[in-house]
Design a binder for this molecule. Structure first.
Ligand SMILES: Cc1cc2nc3c(=O)[nH]c(=O)nc-3n(C[C@H](O)[C@H](O)[C@H](O)COP(=O)(O)OP(=O)(O)OC[C@H]3O[C@@H](n4cnc5c(N)ncnc54)[C@H](O)[C@@H]3O)c2cc1C
Length: 375
């Protein structure tokens, strides 16, 4: 456990989790934890983790995964447990893991990173993209170019006193008595914490689940919770390839707007119809190519995968960086190509499966890594 010399943290707990197939899941678990704003240093079978909530440690033994956490504040203890238990339970959903902690217990605690947002204005950016500008207080933690994503908790319309989930001593979410609220992952398209403002672009789709329905109906004053941030942003490079559908577009647009004027590359964006083209700020030598699926169902075309296959990469892949987000099947195809044909090193890419053509987010969580990870 990394510690400042002489620094004793106030709260500590550990768990030994029976996990017969731990080795098979380890890389994916460590990768997933790392995308949640945590840095991990491996030494042998031990992983030392630094997070905004405190310090943690993973240790692998045959059939057992040992977890330990140390934090300075009371609510941070359960939040740090959750930061481990969440990704581990999701990636290894098939393994039905049980987390029993020993050590300090704090009882139910609020989510330390939760902030309350209210809709300031909602407008149709294009026919299929609804832009919602939210206001809230103390949003500085979300203003990170290396952590672009967040999880939104959708409150019912018209609620006066919203109630929020809490975390228990096992690191699990406990929902208020009146029931579970829908949550979904979105990209922070723009943020201005000094003005208390966050902008999210919601891609509207025909099989609308709770998030899309909420966005379609949203009007001034409606409330969501936001937690995070999570998931890596771009890394310094000379040559960028960005690829996404409407759900990847907010991240691509944000990244393009921050790239230096002298970088080269290409951004591929799949959309449906010329009216979906948005004006994007981008460096002169990064080409933006809009790939029109012309009425085909989202997630059914080869447009994005073919476009990425057409890229001529620099000889030195250390100069290149790939960032993307799209439907799961396309994600797997592109991932395979980057690994097998391009040989792009893992640390030169950040790529997420954003949605699954035949699964809602709850179903993806129930299936786990198989519905989310590359093959
Ligand atoms: C890291 C990350 C960042 C993301 N950022 C954004 C973002 O900035 N903007 C954005 O719009 N989305 C984004 N998404 C995707 C978004 O979270 C999903 O599309 C989510 O499933 C939408 O929730 P829902 O309640 O509408 O649909 P769900 O209840 O999850 O699904 C209902 C049905 O809709 C289908 N479906 C889900 N999403 C789509 C879609 N986009 N197109 C067509 N069919 C769909 C499913 O297959 C399912 O059949 C992101 C996802 C991830 C993981």
């Amino acid at each position: 456990m990394p510690r400042q010399p002489g620094h004793k943290r106030g709260y500590a707990a550990s768990a030994a989790v029976a996990f017969p197939r731990v080795e098979a899941f380890l890389d994916a678990i460590v990768g997933s934890i790392a995308t949640h704003d945590m840095t991990i240093v491996r030494s042998g079978d031990c992983f030392e983790i630094a997070s905004p909530y405190g310090a943690a440690n993973l240790k692998v033994e045959p059939g057992i995964l040992h977890l330990s956490v140390e934090t300075d504040s009371r609510p941070a203890l359960n939040r740090l447990k959750h930061a481990l238990v969440g990704p581990i339970s999701f990636i290894a959903a098939s393994e039905d893991l049980v987390f029993e902690w020993t050590g300090d217990e704090t009882g139910l605690t609020p989510l330390e990173d939760l902030r309350v947002l209210r809709v300031r204005r909602a407008s149709q950016l294009t026919p299929r993209v609804r832009r919602i500008v939210f206001t809230g207080e103390d949003l500085f933690r979300f203003d990170r170019e290396d952590q672009l994503h967040c999880r939104l908790i959708f409150q019912p319309r018209g609620v006066v006193s919203p109630r929020w989930p809490a975390l228990n001593d096992r690191g699990h979410i406990v929902w208020p008595e009146h029931g579970k609220l829908a949550t979904r992952v979105y990209t922070i398209r723009a943020i201005d914490p000094a003005q208390g403002q966050i902008t999210i672009d919601f891609a509207l789709h025909e099989h609308a689940g709770p998030a899309t329905r909420w966005a379609v109906e949203a009007s001034e004053g409606d409330i969501v919770g936001i937690v995070g941030p999570a998931a890596e942003g771009p890394k310094p490079a000379q040559f960028y390839v960005l690829a996404g559908d409407e759900t990847g577009l907010p991240g691509i647009a944000r990244i393009l707007g921050r790239l230096g004027a002298d970088v080269r590359g290409v951004a591929f964006i799949e959309m449906d119809g010329a009216h979906e083209i948005q004006p994007l700020v981008h460096p002169p030598d990064v080409e933006v190519r809009w790939l029109d699926r012309k009425g085909a169902e989202p997630g059914t075309t080869a447009l994005l995968a073919d476009a990425v296959r057409s890229v001529i990469w620099p000889a030195d892949l250390g100069e290149a960086f790939f960032w993307g987000g799209c439907e799961h099947r396309t994600f797997r195809q592109i991932h395979r190509h980057l690994r097998n044909d391009v040989g792009l090193p893992r640390q030169r890419q950040v790529f997420y499966s954003h949605w699954h053509r035949s699964l809602s987010e709850e179903q993806i969580v129930a299936v786990g890594g198989e519905a989310y990870l590359p093959d």
